[in-house]
Each structure stands twice: as C-alpha cells, then as structure tokens.
Design a protein around this ligand. Structure first.
Ligand SMILES: C[S@@+](CC[C@H](N)C(=O)[O-])C[C@H]1O[C@@H](n2cnc3c(N)ncnc32)[C@H](O)[C@@H]1O
Ligand code: SF4
Length: 292
C-alpha cells in the first residue's frame, strides 16, 4: 500500500492524481510563511519502497493516468533517481498521461535544462513553482532565497526543456506598504517567465513559522479582502500573457476567478472593479471556508 508520511500537500489540480512521496519534506524549508514541512527532515525516499508502492497501486488502482510526486521539491532529487522512478511508473501504468511535482527556485537551479528535457520525455511534463512575488524586498522578507532576477533565470528553464509550469503568487505578501509594488513586480516576473498556469493564494500566517511570529508581534499587516482585491486587480491588469490560464480558486482566496489569458483578462479586471466599487455586496469567501 501507499505509506504517506506526515501530512501531504498537493495543488488543487492534482485532486485526482496518485500521490507518491518521492521525497520527504523540503530541501530548503526556510520560506518564512511556509509551515508545510517544518516537522520533516528532508530525505529522498528509497527506490525499493517506491517501487513496492507503485506495484501495489498498479494492482489495486489499475488505470492511473496522473501522478503527483510529493513532497515540497521532488525535482531536487538526482536525475538518475527520477529517471528510474519515471521508467517504473511508465511500465506500471500504460495509460499514464502526466507526472508532475513541485519545483522550488533552488531545485530549478540544480537541474540542468538537458536533465529536465530527458525527464520530460519520460513523462515529467509539469512543475509547480511558488514565485510568490516579483518584488525583491518582498522576496527577501519571505526568505525565498532568490531575488527576482534569479527567479526569472530559473523560471525560464522549464520552457526551454519543453516542460509546462504552473506558478503561484502570494497575495498580501508585501503587506500594505508594498502591496502595489508587489502586484506590479509580480506581474513583471510572471510576464517574463510566461508560465502555462498562474494562480494566486492569500498569504496566511501558520503556526511554527517566522511569519506567524512576525504577525503576532504586529510586524506584518494582514490585508483585508478588499485590499487583496485591489492588489489582484493591479496584478491581473498588468499581465501580458499569451496562452496562459489564470485561477484564484485555491481555498485561501476570498474571490474565485478563472480565465484564459489574454482573452478573459479584461472580464476578470471588470469583475474586480465591480467588487472595488461596491465592496458591501461582494461575494467574498467566508473565513470559515478558507484554508491552505
Ligand atoms: C508546498 S509549497 C511548494 C512550492 C515549492 N516548494 C516552491 O517553493 O516553489 C506550495 C505553495 O503553497 C503556498 N503556501 C505555502 N504556505 C503558505 C501560507 N502560509 N499561506 C499561503 N500560501 C502558502 C506557496 O505559494 C507555496 O509556493
Ligand atoms: S515554499 Fe517551497 S521552498 Fe519554501 S519552504 Fe515551502 S516547500 Fe520549501
């Protein structure tokens, strides 16, 4: 059977996928807002264990089409390890359509474009990347470990290798003071990387993180839903993407928008303008139904 270790996180779009923990935890684990892997010591899992789980899934689940490799940055595992894992997956699931994983800026820096391309040929065709912000001051505040220029450099590698990218931006990450710069610079970086998918999440302080401590000490201001709507409006209006999909459907968002870019951009901006013009009647997601 599949032995999941600790809590397992996956993107909303991987709800139907078989989730395999190729790695445990996050090799970086220092982002100030992220508490997902604080209680896990990073390691790459043994191939034998993973092969046993794949054999079990082939027997019990049959026709698996999508696989997501957890935990936080499975792309950091050596290319030889990922190659063996992908070959095993292809042999076990003849109708496999795609394999995906999280890819941090650090893991994108260590994998070469050539490695990404050969892993793509074996089925690893989509990475999820937390850009979070395109503003240097905000990225530093988040301890993301890279500045905007480095984010662009590593964020362009997947496209060179023919791998699709799905990116996350953290609304509210700049607080009130940096909100406008955060929105504009994030759009600039997303435009430069031109990912296939762009989504937003709302930065939420969680226990056992530096952000939680900063929030308790009053060092970060949490934006109100209407301020987040303004930030999202600025971000969306500055996007110049051709052939990308935008979504704010993650449960942390107050407003769920979705559309193709550039086609639906103006419609989504107009929807946000309507919210900004009449906040009392806006259909913000209630706090009780929000989550990470
Ligand atoms: C499991 S992480 C993996 C991302 C990948 N390791 C990276 O750094 O690119 C997925 C995403 O969840 C989001 N996330 C994590 N903690 C969050 C928090 N406290 N509030 C809002 N979003 C959060 C961030 O956008 C993060 O990039
Ligand atoms: S956001 Fe990504 S890189 Fe940062 S600590 Fe979380 S999983 Fe690791």
């Amino acid at each position: 059977m599949i032995r999941h270790e600790g809590r397992v996180y996956r993107p909303p779009s991987e709800a139907e996928s078989l989730i395999l923990q190729a790695t445990i935890g996050c090799s970086y684990n220092e982002c100030s807002f992220c508490g997902m892997y604080r209680d896990k010591r990073f390691r790459v899992r043994k191939l034998e264990e993973l092969c046993e789980e794949i054999d079990w899934a082939a027997e019990e689940l049959g026709d698996v089409r999508k696989v997501f490799l957890a935990d936080g940055d499975a792309l950091v595992a050596k290319a030889a390890f990922l190659t063996t894992l992908l070959e095993k997956l292809r042999a076990a699931f003849p109708r496999l359509r795609r394999v995906s994983c999280y890819a941090s800026p650090q893991s994108l820096a260590v994998r070469s474009v050539e490695e990404m391309a050969s892993l793509r040929e074996l089925g690893l065709t989509l990475y999820y990347l937390g850009i979070e912000s395109g503003d240097d001051a905000v990225l530093a505040r988040l301890s993301k470990g890279v500045d905007a220029a480095e984010m662009i450099r590593v964020g362009c590698k997947p496209a060179e290798a023919g791998v699709k990218l799905s990116t996350m931006i953290l609304l509210g990450a700049g607080g009130r003071e940096l909100s406008d710069a955060h929105a504009r610079e994030s759009a600039r970086v997303v435009n430069a990387i031109a990912p296939r998918f762009v989504s937003t999440l709302v930065m939420t302080p969680v226990e056992q993180t530096p952000l939680w401590e900063q929030a308790r000490n009053g060092a970060v201001d949490e934006l109100a839903p209407i301020e987040l709507a303004r930030e999202l409006r600025t971000f969306l209006a500055a996007l110049e993407l051709d052939g990308s999909v935008f979504r704010s459907n993650h449960a942390s968002n107050y407003l769920a928008l979705a559309g193709s870019l550039p086609r639906d951009r103006d419609r989504m901006v107009a929807a946000l303008d309507a919210v900004l013009a009449d906040p009392d009647h806006a259909a913000f997601r209630p706090e009780w139904s929000r989550g990470l």
